[in-house]
Design a protein around this ligand. Structure first.
Ligand code: ZN
Length: 90
């Protein structure tokens, strides 16, 4: 096992570690498909990857589609800040 920090491929911040009683049991991030082929943090997974998956199956109206490229990174970073401030990590 390596101590390498995995960075989110969408917002570029380190992915969240999930721990229980102080022991990290999961730090690998989520699969960022279909946004890209890398890994992503909790925030991007919930707010971007899952939304994109719904878009791909036509369950989200076109006007709520996600930004792309650099705009997507900025958008992801704003969501990430909000996600971390909400403190839903245990
Ligand atoms: Zn992220």
């Amino acid at each position: 096992m390596s101590e390498e920090v995995i960075k989110c491929s969408i917002c570029l911040a380190p992915v969240h570690e999930h721990s229980h009683n102080g022991e990290v049991y999961w730090s690998g991030g989520h699969n960022a498909q279909p946004i890209n082929a890398g890994r992503c943090c909790d925030s991007c997974n919930n707010n971007i990857v899952l939304v994109q998956r719904f878009c791909n199956v036509g369950r989200v109206p076109m006007d709520s589609q996600l930004p792309t490229g650099k705009e997507l990174t900025k958008y992801a970073q704003r969501l990430r800040v909000r996600h971390d401030e909400s403190g839903d990590l245990r």
